[in-house]
Write a protein that binds this ligand. Structure first.
Ligand SMILES: [Zn+2]
Length: 435
């Protein structure tokens, strides 16, 4: 049973634990994936690249003084944000709403700690807001989670420190829970905040793992089936995205078995496990940059990101022409899936393929929004959750691997959405390609 193949792989990732790109557990995960690929008969490769790494020099501390009494606040220091001085910053709290220019002008943020409303998991700190914030010289920034955030701790988030171009250093930044933020605002007198966080920043070596199944077609056209195997520091990354990896590995095994029986697909299939995803989609970006042949020949991308949680619903995030989107809808209908199909991009590895307007679809199993916390563990997953992602994958791949042609290119409005998203977060290849 396919779902058991997937779940048995998943247990191995659960044993390996947290897989921060560039660290030893990530190498073990890469070895496991490569071995499994070659065991079923795929041609395997590794693509090596360096990524930015961070760690806190010591655990960060965040305290607020209310009614003359200091109390600690549950928080997560944002990765790569600016350091506080060694003895921390101490400054009054001011609510900056959504951090818009109009609000910032009104509240005189200089030297204060700004509290900014944000769904920090879905809307990471981004370049646009930091370009604005830096001008106003706040002492520190606290982002909130959404009210519906399912974790008892805030998610790991990062500021894309590597790509941003601000004048001046990014302010120290942490994420606090919505409920705590609400409580702070209910005290309508002065609140003093004390925050302390310093980081080690370095470069680390990591690698993507590629398993290839040659197609019968000699034109070199290919499709990419992918997921990411690195995880955030604050959780084991089982649904996000070991679940995607094991779905992809199960599909790789299926098509390799068919090939062994003489049933070959027309287009070459590259099954790719990305690393360096969590720090800014680096794995897919570096791979496409270093492999222009594959980039130019890829006609379709199927990406799995967040799969396997027992209680979840399915959303397809599609970047493609109207015609291809329609064809994906028809695949769903023929399989009996009434899945939500959204057009656009998220912080998903297909974003790097968007700069060449390559058709792509991401399957994201939503509903559980505790990704990037300790709760994203194997207890919340179940073999049966893999049945439909695998059936969908086969249905879609049978089509895209063999279709006479797949319409390339995006509608202009989708291009615009993808381009501005890419610019906002500093993700994707738009800055280098298609300019
Ligand atoms: Zn993910």
């Amino acid at each position: 049973m396919d779902q058991n193949i997937a779940f048995n792989h998943l247990k191995v990732f659960a044993d390996i634990g947290t897989r921060i790109a560039g660290t030893e557990p990530t190498k073990r995960a890469a070895d496991y994936i490569e071995k499994a690929f070659s065991h079923v008969g795929l041609e395997t490769n590794r693509h090596h690249f360096d990524i930015p790494m961070y760690s806190l020099k010591k655990p960060s501390t965040l305290q607020v003084k209310i009614n003359g009494k200091w109390q600690g606040l549950v928080h997560k220091a944002a990765w790569f944000a600016g350091d506080t001085p060694l003895d921390g910053v101490e400054a009054p709290l001011v609510y900056a709403q959504d951090g818009s220019e109009a609000v910032l002008k009104r509240i005189e943020p200089e030297g204060k700690v700004l509290l900014i409303a944000r769904d920090s998991y879905y809307n990471y700190p981004d370049d646009d807001i930091y370009r604005r914030l830096v001008k106003y010289k706040p002492a520190a920034v606290l982002f909130t989670t959404s009210a519906g955030w399912g974790g008892s701790e805030p998610p790991d988030v990062y500021y894309n420190f590597k790509t941003v171009d601000t004048e001046g250093e990014a302010p120290p930044t942490a994420v606090v829970l919505y409920s705590d933020a609400l409580e702070l605002l209910e005290h309508n007198h002065d609140i003093l905040v004390q925050y302390n966080a310093q980081y080690n920043r370095s470069e680390g070596a990591c690698a993507n793992v590629i398993g290839t199944l040659a197609g019968t077609d000699s034109t070199g056209e290919a499709i990419v089936i992918c997921a990411h195997f690195d995880s955030v520091p604050g959780g084991p990354g089982i649904g996000d995205d070991a679940g995607g990896i094991v779905t992809m590995m199960t599909l790789a095994e299926h098509y390799a078995n068919l090939a062994r029986k003489g049933i070959r697909q027309k287009r070459t299939m590259h099954f790719i496990a990305w690393s360096g995803h969590e720090v800014g989609l680096h794995g897919s970006r570096e791979f496409l940059r270093d492999n222009p042949d594959i980039f130019n020949n890829t006609k379709f991308v199927l990406n799995y990101d967040i799969v396997g949680n027992r209680i979840s619903t399915n959303t397809l995030m599609v970047s493609a022409s109207h015609q291809v989107t329609q064809e994906i809808t028809e695949v769903c209908e023929s399989l009996g899936y009434d899945w939500q199909i959204d057009a656009g991009v998220w912080g998903l590895d297909t974003t790097n393929f968007c700069s060449k307007e390559i058709p792509g679809v991401n399957l994201v199993q939503t509903l559980t929004n505790w990704n990037h916390t300790t709760r994203d563990n194997i207890k919340s997953c179940h073999p049966d959750s893999f049945i439909d992602p695998i059936i969908f994958g086969k249905g879609l791949l049978d089509w895209v691997a063999n279709a006479e042609s797949i319409q390339q290119g995006y509608p202009e409005d989708m291009n615009e959405v993808a381009r501005s998203y890419s610019e906002k977060y500093g993700w994707g290849l738009y800055q280098e390609i298609n300019v």
